[in-house]
Each structure stands twice: as C-alpha cells, then as structure tokens.
Ligand binder design. Sequence first.
Ligand SMILES: [Zn+2]
Length: 61
Amino acid sequence: MINKELLGILCCPLCKSDLELVEENKILICSKCNEKYEVVNDIPIMLPGEYEKKKNSIASK
Ligand SMILES: [Zn+2]
C-alpha cells in the first residue's frame, strides 16, 4: 500500500487539495473536487480523467 508519507506529499493536480486514500478500491479521491486517481502497483496515477476514462471503457464493453 501507499505509505502515509507519500500520501502527505501528494495533492490534487487540479486544485492542489489533499487526497484521500480509499484502500478497498485502490484509488485516491480529492477532498475538494472529487477527482479520482487510480493506484497501480502502489503508484498513484496522477492524471485527471484517467480513472473515469478507464472505468467507462470497461463499462462500454
Ligand atoms: Zn482536486
């Protein structure tokens, strides 16, 4: 899992707010704008829209 130190450094690239880790879904959620960031192999993918895009592509199959 992501260590707390790293989590403390990370912030939302869109609004610079703190991120909240949702361990069961392995995603980070911005506390302000609710943007979601996927965590792959313990590395957060800090690209806005990537999580939704991936989710949608799975749903459309
Ligand atoms: Zn944000």
